[in-house]
Design a protein around this ligand. Sequence first.
Ligand code: ADP
Ligand code: MG
Length: 719
Amino acid sequence: MATENNGSLAGSLVSESFGSLTFNMDVMREKLPKDVFYLLKQTIKNGEKLAPETAGVVAHAMKEWAIEHGATHYCHWFQPMTGATAEKHDAFLSFDKDGTVIERFSGSQLSQGEPDASSFPSGGMRTTFEARGYTAWDPTSPAFLMQSAQGVTLCIPTVFISYHGEALDEKTPLLRSMTAIDKAAKRLLGVMGRTDVPKVTTFLGSEQEYFLIDKELYEKRPDLVMSGRTVLGALPPKGQQLDDHYFGSIPERALDFMQEVEKELYKLGIPAKTRHNEVAPHQFEIAPIFEEANIAADHNLLVMDMMRKVANRKGLALLLHEKPFAAINGSGKHNNWSVATVDGENFLDPGHTPEENLQFLVFLVAVLKAVHKRGALLRSGVASVGNDHRLGANEAPPAVMTVFLGHQLTQILDQIENGEVKTASERQFLDLGISHLPVVSKDNTDRNRTSPFAFTGNKFEFRAVPSSMPISIPNTVLNTVMSEALGELANDLENELKGGKEKDTAILDVVRKAIKETKAVRFEGDNYSQELQDYAAENGLPNLKTTPEALDVWLDQSNREIFEKLGVLSAPEIDSRYNVRTEQYVMAVDIEMKTMLLLIDSMILPACIKFQASLGESYKLLSEQASQIGLGSDTLKAQGELYKKIAEDIAKTMKGAEELNELIEKMEEMEDESAKAKFCASDVLPKSVELRQIVDELELYVDQELWPLPSYLDLLFKY
Ligand code: ADP
Ligand code: MG
């Protein structure tokens, strides 16, 4: 089965292959002694520590299982701060005492590894701490087998930490933020009188958008290869103005790709559910069924990785960049998020009884408080060089973080605010129709697709998440700010109860106070409009347009404190992330700009000059023969105008390129990374936009045969 890699799903049920390459519950039950299986299950469900002896037994079973499936190697699979995953492979191969070759895999090899930490970004933590980094097994995420043409590798999901326990990865903070939510939610529920609650966690369903284009054309675009986006390219006459792509029939080549991806994902236990065309030509979406956030985060990375591999096999190139094509819809990752118990009681579900309604309102206002107080932090959690092009452009949500609740919920909150609801008696709540909310809010007509943070019936959809970013990053922030809000509500409620108020009245009073305090963060209008921009300014909502501005939020003491207080990130860990993200931003802009200059100098200008020469040649011939063929002076002049325009645009391009180059040099000479980043945003990138306009205009005039790059027309309208 290890080599059964292609072919169709026809005749085989997904349920039969689902998870067949994972060390899942069924395999564990079968392979492990009963007591070990029970202990491991407790660890997976409740995060309890696993004893080394137990790890040894699990390692043995895991190895046996992996070898049965053809594995020769194992790797610790982790998420360094590079934005991708990393893996270091080791063979099971070993010698026993007599020198005989055997396959070995011990408990300690399962539990801990030591990749070379110095090759991964640490954002300066290495200067203060030892350079060593360790990977440690995360038993909550199932181990899986990665198949490749020549063999199979056992992949063990791990966290990546420094010698002193600092998180060097994206996964550790996510896990800590989930623990923070568990604690905060349980405390609040306890104050509300509920003591029976099992572990509280967050669930995530991540809708992944992407572009798929022909690989041969892709390889002819150094800008796509180097930076993931086109830094040049004139717009085709037919853009996405024609809405025929969205939910249109999926092109055969793309469908073939999707089906193979899904088949591979099913084997890895990833519940890919939805596939469709997106708004732009050649843009698509894949969405799995929601899972616990840490698993969903691993799975999303595997989805991106698998899509890249399958695309490559099929002569296609996968573009995960947030804005591969200017003026055409970009890609995001809609982050469907809910807070629930591990048993599935969803606190963002309005429920069917007055008690459930009230509990829902408490969690709802917690979200409002979180976004209201920490909107800037949420914005910084989705900040990336690619996402700067997206937030605020075309279909994407803006950089202002507001919440959309829909008409009915807004009405209910207004009534609570105005004191029309005074007690949480059954009658009044039912009169308000809260118990029917799920039905109504899920209705698609009540949706605001422009909102960055929208309530969608029993979950929130955070739409500002960039398509290429690991979802651990924004969700760590989201969980942290939510934990803070839950904690504040618990404090408020405790205070109210101390005053001797009846419980339901006290809860409603706390909810009312939160509704009033957070009112400004609710915005039901069109988020792409000027109205929103004005609204943000009037109400003091942060509007951080660029990544460097957004990252500065991490320097704010009050923001830093909540991460420290809730045990999600320590001060050095915050600094390291600030440094890594700033460096990544600068590096990305630097690469984009140098690629742009390379294209202009070595491809565009030579082509334009050739075209200019041919125009010159023809103009010369024409003027020599004008009188002979009776050519009017106007006609000759018109031809001369074109010749002149091309010559002038070439000169403008040269000048623009030189200016851009000077700005890059100036930026590179700066000492401070943050100053570099700000200069990139304020000077370098705007200059490149100016330069691009000139080049894109030239593209519309120059002979297509001479133009050295595949055009937008080639890339987006041909398969
Ligand atoms: P759309 O937003 O396109 O209408 P859906 O609402 O059906 O699509 O679901 C989008 C994503 O939200 C899917 O990944 C789905 O599994 C996920 N989802 C559904 N319910 C929840 C929930 N309670 N918590 C988190 N994610 C959820
Ligand atoms: Mg959606």
